[in-house]
Design a binder for this molecule. Sequence first.
Ligand SMILES: Nc1nc2c(ncn2[C@@H]2O[C@H](COP(=O)(O)OP(=O)(O)OP(=O)(O)O)[C@@H](O)[C@H]2O)c(=O)[nH]1
Ligand SMILES: [Mg+2]
Length: 307
Amino acid sequence: MRVADYRAGFVGLVGLPNAGKSTLTNLLVGEKVSIVTAKAQTTRQRVSGVVTMEQGQIVLVDAPGVISADQTQGLNTYLQGELVDLIEESDALLLVLQRELLDLNAVRAMIDRVERAAKPWAVVVTKMDLKLGQPELQELMEGFRHRGIPVFELALLKLKANSPEVRALKLALLELLPESPAPLYDPELYTTQSQRQLAAELIREQCFSLLHQEIPYGIAVRVLRFIEDDGPVVKVYAEILVNKDNHKGIVVGKGADMVRRIGSQARQELEKILGRKVFLDLHVAVKKDWVKNPGIMKELGYVISTK
Ligand SMILES: Nc1nc2c(ncn2[C@@H]2O[C@H](COP(=O)(O)OP(=O)(O)OP(=O)(O)O)[C@@H](O)[C@H]2O)c(=O)[nH]1
Ligand SMILES: [Mg+2]
C-alpha cells in the first residue's frame, strides 16, 4: 500500500436527539464509548470513538443532537455550541436520521446546516427494523443518492461490529477523509475519553434509565476520586448533582433504594468495560439551578463555547 493512500480525520455525527448517534458510534468502534438511553438529549459532551483500520483511521465524534432554537437557555445553549464547534472542526460529517421522521422541518433545517458546512458527508438512516417509514424520507434519500452522497439504511440493534454493512460504512467514511501520513491517535486507543469521564457517563446513563420525566435532564455527575492502583479493585467516589431541592429525595429514593440501584447498575457496566472489580461510592447533592449557571456548568466540565 502506498503511504498516500492512508486516510485519517474527524467525522462529526449530526442528527436530532434520539436518532441513534451514540448507538452508531459504539457499533462502529466495537466498544461502548458513548452512553445510550431511550430518552432524547442523552449525550451532552462530544465523545470520540477511534476506528483504526489498515487503510486509515476514523475519529468519530458523537455529539448532542440538534435541538430547536426556542430552547436556548443555559445547558441547551451549551449543547448547541457543541454542535456548532463539531461541524466546524470535523473533516467530514455523518448525518444520522431515524426512519420514523418526527419533525420533517427540523430534519430539513439540519440538512441545510450540513450542506452549508461544505464538507464531504454521508447519511445513515437508523431504526430500519421499525415499520414506521415515511415517504418523505424515501424521497430525500433518493435525492441524496442521485447526487452521489453515500446513504446507508441500517437496523443498528441487529448489527455487530464485524457485520458487512458496518464494514462498508467504515470504508465509505474513510473515503470522505483527507490523506494523512499517519494515524491521528495511537491505534490501540478506541476513545480519547478518560476512564474517569466514562465512569461519570455510565452513572448518568443509569440516571436516564431509572429516573423519570424531567429529573435526569437536571442531573450532572462528578467523579471526585478515581483510584486504580490501590489493589485489585478500582475505587470510584462520585456525586450525582441535582438542580432542585425536591429532586434529591427522588434520586436517593426510599431507604436510599434508588441511588443504590443506580450505583449497582453503573458499577456493573463499568466492571464490564474495565474488566476489573469496581467499588463505587455514590452520593446525591443539590447544586441549585446549575443548568442555568455558566460558572457551575464550567466547573462540571460543560465548557461554554466562546464562538
Ligand atoms: N429499534 C431500534 N432502536 C434503535 C436503533 N438505533 C438506536 N436505537 C435506540 O434509540 C434510542 C436512542 O439511541 P441513542 O444512540 O442514545 O441516540 P442519540 O442520537 O445518541 O441520542 P441523543 O444523545 O439523545 O442525542 C436508544 O433506545 C437506542 O437503543 C435501531 O436501529 N433500531
Ligand atoms: Mg447520544
